[in-house]
Design a protein around this ligand. Structure first.
Ligand code: GTP
Ligand code: MG
Length: 195
């Protein structure tokens, strides 16, 4: 898979905008500001490919990036941002729901959480969506660079316990800032390239 051959395809605001070309899709989900776009940038070794914003809730549409004309990376809009209106939250819910309802093409789910904190109730709900999808998924524990060495193991364990992950689900320690975990995540994606 040639990661240098990456193109932005589109921003989808509704199911009618989803691509219909039957290519496999790797989806990135997580709380607003957890670093979904940054993880995609780091994977592709690009600086500002998937948009990165300091203002949370910046990604409000589902962004599709096509890699080597073979596979999509799908950047879902973040959840759990308090300052978003009820109407926006409802819109988010409908959009994600229609995405999952449609997704026979998801080859791998990537749930991104903040390694500093205990996963939130919203993270647990998202983990359940992935479990129910019946598709393989991994959890990326991002912002590892913000942890002390001694915090790493207990925090990773807390992620696994709180999300009630079974043994088969990998928790990948990751830093979109420093690049840690990039190879492990890439391997997971390549392992599930074919669906
Ligand atoms: P939304 O699109 O709003 O849902 O956010 P997002 O999940 O795409 O997060 P984004 O990639 O925009 O990153 C949010 C902020 O966190 C930015 O300021 C990033 O620079 C920062 N950030 C992301 N990953 C890391 C990381 O691993 N370490 C550190 N220190 N900062 C990070
Ligand atoms: Mg984003």
């Amino acid at each position: 898979l040639n990661l240098n051959n990456a193109e932005f395809i589109r921003s989808a605001a509704k199911a009618a905008d989803f691509p219909r070309d039957m290519l496999p899709q790797v989806v990135f989900a997580g709380r607003s500001n957890v670093g979904k776009s940054s993880v995609i940038n780091k994977l592709l070794n690009r600086k500002n490919f998937a948009r990165v914003g300091s203002a949370p809730g910046k990604t409000t549409h589902i962004n599709y990036f096509l890699i080597d004309k073979k596979l999509y990376l799908v950047d879902l809009p973040g959840y759990g941002y308090a300052k978003v209106s009820q109407a926006e939250k409802a819109r988010w819910g409908r959009l994600i729901e229609s995405w999952f309802a449609d997704q026979t093409l998801m080859t791998l789910g990537v749930l991104i959480v903040d390694s500093r904190h205990k996963p939130t109730a919203d993270d647990c709900v998202m983990a359940d969506w992935f479990k129910q999808s019946g598709r393989p998924f991994v959890v990326v524990a991002n912002k590892l660079d913000k942890l002390k060495k001694s915090e790493i193991e207990p925090n990773l364990q807390r992620v696994r316990e709180t999300l009630e992950l079974d043994e088969s689900v990998k928790v990948i320690p990751f830093s979109a800032e420093k690049g840690e975990g990039r190879t492990a995540l890439l391997d997971a994606i390549l392992d599930h390239q074919e669906g």
